[in-house]
Design a binder for this molecule. Sequence first.
Ligand SMILES: [Zn+2]
Length: 271
Amino acid sequence: MFVSNDGYFGEYWDFETNTYYLRARHFSPRTGRFTQPDPYWTIHNMQFGSSSVIRNGRPVPNRYAIMQAGNLFVFAINNPIRWIDPSGLRIELPSDTTQEQRDAYNRAITYLNRSEVFRGLWQTLEDATEVFTIAFTYNHFMRFDHETRTIFWDTTSGLIMLDGAAIQSAALGLAHEMGHAAQYLEGHAFFDDMTQDNRALLEAENLRRFESPIARQLGEPTRARYFDDAGVHRMNNSTHHRIIYTPNWNSRSPFAGNSRIPMTIDINWRR
Ligand SMILES: [Zn+2]
């Protein structure tokens, strides 16, 4: 089918993938994104096109080439929070993500995927038409910004539970913020009216539907209420967490009779 809208004239609609076919990559009208990296434009042809017109001994800039190649620069150098490489995923990493951050993220996602509740949450975000971006931080301050649809994530920030011993993994913090993203997708009115009370209700719902069930399925500690935490702790990696084990006083376990003080067990989850 010949199409002439969106300025992508002369290109072909691909019925198989519901995308416009532009040379070697696809543009999806659903997401407004290219679904493959662009292998066509290079530093050599982005100004003058492939078959340069020579006038007075100099190549004439090709307007079409500049406009199209300009998209490359939009993807590459615009605000990395909003524009990232067009992977086609609904959750994307900024173009300046380091390998270490990428590894921490992949490790966290692989770990979280052991939870059925998380897999449902993940599917919700992947089915969305809006794109969410992960912004990496190192200040323990995780949050979801609904205006830019950005999840601020500290890859090694563990949340200390109220007992001062058990610690949730940074991965669980990521799941928590993704829970807020899902709440946002559901059109939660609270995001536009973030009073103290509404915030508390939003957090309570997050704990009930996302954080706590995911934590339980992963064997991580849970908090009864949103403010039931005792601070933050720098962890070894994105999935590192700590649970407390309270020995049964009368049991024959190796811990029996040792102490009434709960033991702490560090868990460094491995893929
Ligand atoms: Zn929250």
